[in-house]
Design a protein around this ligand. Structure first.
Ligand SMILES: O=C(O)C(=O)C[C@]1(C(=O)O)C=C[C@@H](O)C=C1
Length: 280
């Protein structure tokens, strides 16, 4: 049986995303993203599934940084609708709740709810871990923000459902592998990281390479470089439609290689199309 790594505990949203793509796999939870990346690198797990961005709370910085620092390939993307619930031990009333623990992303995605009910948010390492902690060590006035699956797994009551600030709350995950995968049917996306020289117009010129080939960019993100000599000089992450080996993208990447001071293709992967938004 194939082992697939995720960050968190049984009942986490990352585990749910993983099971969407690998229904037969054994999900293996790790406390940190570092451990997930390292389990895939050493072969302890065949694949890893890590969150990259959320429509409400933005990017997951650690994933972006680790993608640059390690040599894993992005071979897939998964988009999951994230429905947060307010969980508490059976018999708890909404009025008695004062504090709520969850993953920082869970707290951020329910920020308006937490403010409205004047709750104190307590960050823990994952949403399901918060539910488990609460079930094992109930505290008066304490609740957790996690999934309905976590409530069922740890025997908690769902006090309120759908408490995220926006109904369109989606998290996008990457599937990581040590190896590239053979190409499949259907549309692809490619993720690449690069840095430019510090001169006016360099980013524009780098992106122009894609425009010249008629390539649609679907994401542009920047992170500060961790270089003591160049603090705050940016690293750019770009996602575009197409496979890196297609004629247009390979021309654009060649032009980028000539121009940029550093380029790394993180991977080409089938675009996630089955997440329910297309028909709406
Ligand atoms: O804590 C969890 O349940 C996770 O799977 C982590 C995580 C994240 O890091 O973004 C995954 C999906 C949701 O956006 C909330 C939390």
């Amino acid at each position: 049986m194939m082992r697939v790594a995720f960050q968190g505990t049984e009942g986490a949203f990352s585990e749910e995303a993983l099971l969407k793509t690998f229904p037969e796999a054994i999900p293996v939870g790790f406390p940190t993203f570092h451990q997930v990346f390292s389990a895939v690198t050493t072969g302890e797990a065949e694949y890893g599934v890590v969150p990259v961005e959320n429509t409400t709370a933005g990017i997951i910085n650690q994933t972006y940084d680790l993608l640059l620092e390690t040599d894993l390939h992005v071979i897939g993307e998964i988009v999951l609708k994230v429905e947060h619930c307010l969980l508490a031990p059976k018999g708890t009333t909404l009025e008695s709740i004062r504090k709520v623990k969850s993953h920082p992303q869970g707290l951020a995605q329910c920020d308006g709810f937490i403010a409205r009910y004047k709750l104190e948010g307590i960050p823990v390492y994952d949403t399901a871990g918060a539910a488990r902690e609460l079930a094992e060590h109930p505290e008066p006035g304490m609740a957790a923000i996690a999934s309905r699956r976590a409530a069922e797994r740890y025997g908690l009551q769902v006090v309120l459902e759908g408490i995220q600030d926006f109904t369109g709350n989606y998290t996008r995950f990457f599937v990581l592998s040590r190896h590239d995968e053979p190409r499949r049917e259907g549309p692809y996306k490619t993720s690449v990281v690069f840095t430019t020289r510090h001169r006016p117009g360099e980013l524009l010129a780098a992106l122009q390479a894609f425009a010249d080939q008629g390539i649609n960019l679907v994401k542009l993100e920047s992170r500060p470089r961790r270089d003591p000599d160049k603090p705050f000089s940016p690293i750019f992450y770009v996602d575009f439609e197409g496979h890196a080996e297609d004629p247009g993208p390979s021309q654009a990447l060649l032009a980028l290689l000539r121009r940029a001071s550093f380029v790394k293709v993180l991977g080409s992967y089938p675009a996630a199309l089955d997440w329910g938004l297309r028909s709406k």
